[in-house]
Write a protein of this length. Sequence first.
Length: 641
Amino acid sequence: MMKLSSFCLFLTLTLLHRVFTISQIVEATEVALTPPRGWNSYDSFCWTISEEEFLQNAVLVDKLLRPSGYEYVVVDYLWYRRLVPGAYVDSLGFDVIDAWGRMIPDPVRWPSARDGKGFTEVAKIVHMMGLKFGIHIMRGISTQAVNANTPILDIRTGKAYEESGRKWYAKDIGMKERACKWMKNGFMSVDTKLGAGRAFLRSLYQQYADWGVDYVKHDCVFGDDLDISEIRVASKFWRERNSSIIYSLSPGTGVTPTMAKEINNLVNMYRITGDDWDLWQDVASHFDISRDFAAAHMTGAKALSGKSWPDLDMLPLGWLTDPGVNHGPYRNCKLSLNEQKTQMTLWSMARSPLMFGGDMRSIDKSTIRIIAHPVLSEINSFSSNNKQFPYITSQSSSQIKYKGLNFQTRSLKNVGRSGSIGLRLTSCKDASAKGWFTRYLNNEPEQVCWKGHVGSKYQAPFCLNKRGAFSTSGEQMTFKRRYQHHFYLFAENTRKLCLSASQNRRLTSKEISRISFSPCRPHTNQLWSFDENGTLVSSYSGLCASMSKIKDNVVPMGTRSWISTGRKGEIFLALFNLNPDETTISVKMSDLSKGLPYSNWTISSCGAYEIWRDKYYGIIKKTLSVAVETHGCALFVLRCI
């Protein structure tokens, strides 16, 4: 492998034949008018990628994928962490920060970042290729900056932020009780009610703009980790500067369309699942959530400087690593070829952003054919009226019959009275969140109870005991004053385990987001408030608790179908087999109009071409039937009269 200096020289010479006009003034343009498309380092490198490895991948994205619309190359998380013994995803004290408490690239892994240059040089090289450069960021401020109590930069003056006759520091704005739950040692929210808190966030965003960043992936601020105040500060910053930056939210566990409607006009992309990995249950679990967002008309909604897109997460295909490790990539994707085609087809029909995660240096022709297929690119970018199509029938090789919307599950877990229970977070605007009440029993603590029954109607109501904030001293007195009207909830049989409202890790999409019990401590993910409308509100995210039966480790089965229309009058019809055996899926031509926006169109026949089999099925007048392999799909381009 060539040294970094020689590689950069090679890269510069390779690009000399291109002529670019570089302007220091970025004109305001609409962004994300189609779902953004690119490459992200997370699936193949976790957090350990170096500058040399990143640029090698960027060169190949430019050569192999840019003709198919892949234009962003994104450095995922912890680019500021030193890769030394003791450093890992949630370690503390290994990050590189500047004098203002802001994260800067580790100069060992990113040599061009030395002398305060940050990502400026990397962004320039990426721009010379004709690509766009992106980075991952975390919520708020780092614990390391708070512990160092760094001053806060006022970007208006270039000096330390002053207000009310004094200078402000990291400890004044950091909210330790709102630490990122899945990276609790790494980052915490800042108090955006304070001018100093907003000034710190603006100094971060200005630094990214100065570096030449085109794409910001903002983590631990959405889903169960919702921090809508920080999202608003960021969105306002980009809007006021007429920025062309793509603003993306991640990871997105527990997201519903109702929740997303509170933020979709502030951003350009937002994850609606947890981390997706190369397991079939991960792929299969995306069918319901994508259906729900399409039905809610969230796809391509008007948003920050353009449009916004529900994001099903990256495509973990090709040469990968594992989550949370300090090495990689080192293994092939575990999905079968049919499962990979199913994933790419669903992502395209749902018009999700397409971010490929495999190491470009080891990409093979079959992977390129899947992620750069011209028909899928056309559907993802320009199709319309995309939605699930229920009017199909199917029969598996084992003679088990399914309907298009039916599915079976392999295991269900009964709702318990402690531990992981049938509680989940949702938007407080959801009707399902309204059902809590308080009650008093003789010589017992005040309780918060759910009005309905979970399980048998003969069971007693589900109740939790209530108690006020900890009686503490010192630094935690500020915590108590700030949340004096909030309370803890614990199971009736213990006073040591409190109800916790966010995940302590980045869930994969197959895992159901749920509330659980953990040892009581002064953190807002264990604090609650009660609203008169019958909602139980998490002090950490502002989301509400809802009580219901939860299916555990659900693996959908059966068959599904999606339909959309093309810009040249064609109809795209995708048929998916989620069964463990081959299944024949059929659709009547007379039913197609039921999935189209113009239902008065009577379809008499269609010419049918299937892209994955590269087969023309002729003119279909009555019923189109196709045998679909295990976990596979068929994608038809129909031209109908």
